[in-house]
Design a binder for this molecule. Structure first.
Ligand SMILES: [Mg+2]
Length: 238
């Protein structure tokens, strides 16, 4: 038996493109270096995650602040109201979010295999993350009881208790579990500390960390290829 636990943002779907696109629409300029833009935006995201999870700050407000900070640090021309406008544009884009066909094929294969259990571990505000579950149609492959939103349980990634919670839910041991995620410090460290296997999606080509995941991929295509290779024993059945 194997358990595959997915992060949502930038794992099951690509959020980075939407964040950059929203900024470009509002500012009316092309972001010169999208990797640097995302690096700063995500660095700012880590600062307020606790407030977001507790519901003290709304996702919209915090995104407005993150945008303005990123505009400022990248030297992009902006007015104070642009942060909030970009947050609005991003929310609008998110309402059309979708899974790639390759990801759907992979999830179809995993969910029809009795030897595989699927789960989700996602960080953020409860309502916002559950909306994504609905918008992406994730109910088709993941049972609700196997979806953990950190905002609901009051524990933040990479706390090892989140992994223990999933082990209990799925009835699996650490060596039977795989974490699939894009955030090295949150998703991968949590898995490494818990004795799980892991696949790290390193789209921004960050330098190799000291403690390595089992597998590292740099694109969505490579991710679904690797997942199929790792978890589908009979590819002709899909
Ligand atoms: Mg993520």
């Amino acid at each position: 038996m194997k358990g595959i636990v997915f992060d949502i943002d930038d794992t099951l779907y690509c959020r980075q493109d939407m964040l950059v696109q929203a900024a470009e629409t509002v500012l009316g300029v092309k972001v010169p270096d999208w990797r640097e833009f995302i690096r700063i935006f995500y660095e700012k995201s880590d600062i307020n995650m606790a407030g977001l999870e507790s519901g003290e700050i709304s996702t919209h407000d915090i995104n407005g602040w993150r945008y303005n900070e990123t505009f400022r640090l990248m030297g992009l021309p902006y007015k104070p109201e642009n942060g909030g406008e970009a947050a609005d544009a991003y929310l609008e884009l998110q309402s059309h979010m979708f899974l790639s066909e390759d990801m759907k094929t992979a999830l179809d294969a995993f969910s029809s295999d009795p030897g595989i259990k699927l789960a989700i571990l996602t960080a953020g505000e409860s309502k916002h993350q559950w909306n994504k579950v609905v918008m992406l149609g994730l109910d088709k492959w993941f049972s609700r009881e196997n979806i953990i939103v950190t905002g609901d349980v009051g524990i933040s990634k990479p706390d090892v208790r989140l992994c223990r919670l999933l082990e209990n839910k799925l009835g699996l041991t650490p060596d039977e579990l795989w974490m699939i995620g894009d955030n090295y410090d949150k998703d991968i460290i949590g898995a490494l500390v818990s004795g799980w296997h892991s696949v790290w999606i390193n789209r921004r080509l960050l330098p190799p960390p000291e403690r390595r995941p089992d597998v590292e991929v740099t694109s969505d295509k490579e991710l679904t290829d690797v997942l199929m290779k790792l978890f589908v024993t009979d590819p002709s059945a899909t």
